[in-house]
Design a protein around this ligand. Structure first.
Ligand code: F6R
Length: 357
């Protein structure tokens, strides 16, 4: 099934433009407008606060989803790690709606939370890639990712699919609430799919960076602000799980509060600059670490680029940048793992679905 691909991970990275186009189609009505089961839309409209519960990469997609739902649909959102929520339940709002994000739909930590919130009488929506999965069956509602089977342990296309579906959920909710977005999401997601295709076409560049930048390092840091910070968390998780490089994602402004002590001569820093509002401040953070010897790889969106940037990614709507800024990070991780002779599709100590708490 891998066809000509050496690994499922590379195949699944390359599938992302098709997945995004497929999702648009699956969620369009006969007039081309985005649409979602009306029971889900009512649940979104009635909620006074949304609680997103997810683990790992799905949790990182949830952080991006929070931005979408708050900015487009104007509903406050909290994002929680499944395994923490169970014994540390926050004070809930009067009409909460729970959204479980899970590629497999089988993650035990997430299921444990679902069981307890159902017992408390709350409503739940599961966003999953697997129809009929446990989390889908046990929740009140399901939205499918339509990403096709994800075989590699490291999640790639499920992450971008989760983000695309969350954007659609936010858009449809906004529309139902009579809020106007000022942009056409179908069109913008189409632009994203084309941009991912362009990014996937320059694999040698990512391979070169992985070779020159990450082949022998013990550690690496990802920095960004706002939505770029969330993508940095995902980039760090991807790199550590398949290449075993100690990697961490940090909010740019937080470096000076401790982390900057870790910077040594040659420490790789991967910085994301896709947001105009924080472009100058993240550039300032890059200067701070470079002054202490860090070796920077800067991924900037077209229009915000500066001399010396490593990758310029195509311009897309500012809310949707995670869908494309993650692509270089996935590919850099892939090639770093390859050059370090790691088992890309089956990293040590990990399973594709984690069915124990
Ligand atoms: C990382 C990865 C994991 C999963 C996590 C949740 O690449 O795949 O972090 O995202 O175990 O799994 P699901 O989404 O199946 O609940």
């Amino acid at each position: 099934e891998k066809g000509t691909y050496p690994h499922y991970m590379l195949k699944e990275i390359d599938e992302q433009p098709v997945v995004i186009r497929n999702i648009i189609q699956k969620y369009q009505d006969e007039n081309g407008a985005l649409t979602i089961d009306e029971n889900i839309v009512s649940a979104m409209k009635e909620a006074d606060r949304i609680y997103i519960i997810a683990a790992g990469t799905s949790n990182h997609a949830g952080l991006v989803g929070k931005q979408f739902i708050e900015k487009m649909a104007k509903v406050p959102v909290e994002v929680h790690i499944s395994s923490e929520f169970g014994y540390n339940i926050p004070l809930l709002s009067k009409k909460p709606l729970f959204i479980f994000i899970s590629q497999s739909g089988e993650t035990a930590d997430s299921r444990a939370v679902l069981v307890s919130v159902k017992e408390m009488g709350h409503k739940a929506l599961t966003i999953t890639n697997v129809p009929g999965s446990t989390l889908s069956r046990e929740a009140d509602h399901t939205l499918l990712l339509h990403a096709g089977p994800e075989i590699a342990v490291a999640s790639t296309k499920a992450y971008t699919a989760q983000i695309a579906v969350l954007a659609i959920l936010a858009e449809v909710t906004a529309k139902a609430k009579g809020l106007s977005l000022g942009f056409n999401l179908v069109q913008e997601l189409g632009i994203v799919a084309n941009a991912i295709e362009i990014l996937c076409d320059s694999k040698e560049a990512y391979e070169d960076i992985a070779r020159s930048f990450l082949a022998t390092t013990r550690n690496a840091f990802f920095i960004g602000r706002g939505i770029d910070y969330y993508v940095g968390l995902e980039g760090a998780l991807k790199l550590k799980e398949i290449s075993y490089i100690q990697a961490e994602g940090f909010a740019g402004g937080e470096l000076k509060h401790g982390t900057i002590a870790l910077i040594e001569d040659g420490t790789p820093i991967i910085a994301l600059a896709t947001q105009e509002s924080v472009n100058l401040s993240i550039r300032g953070n890059v200067k701070e670490v470079v002054a202490r010897g860090a070796n920077p790889c800067i991924i900037a969106m077209k229009g915000l680029e500066q001399e010396g940037d490593t990758f310029i990614i195509p311009e897309v709507h500012e809310l949707l940048t995670p869908l494309i800024s993650v692509i270089p990070l996935q590919l850099i991780s892939y090639y770093a793992a390859l050059h370090r002779d790691c088992d890309v599709d089956k990293p040590r100590n990990l399973a594709k679905s984690v069915t124990v708490e």
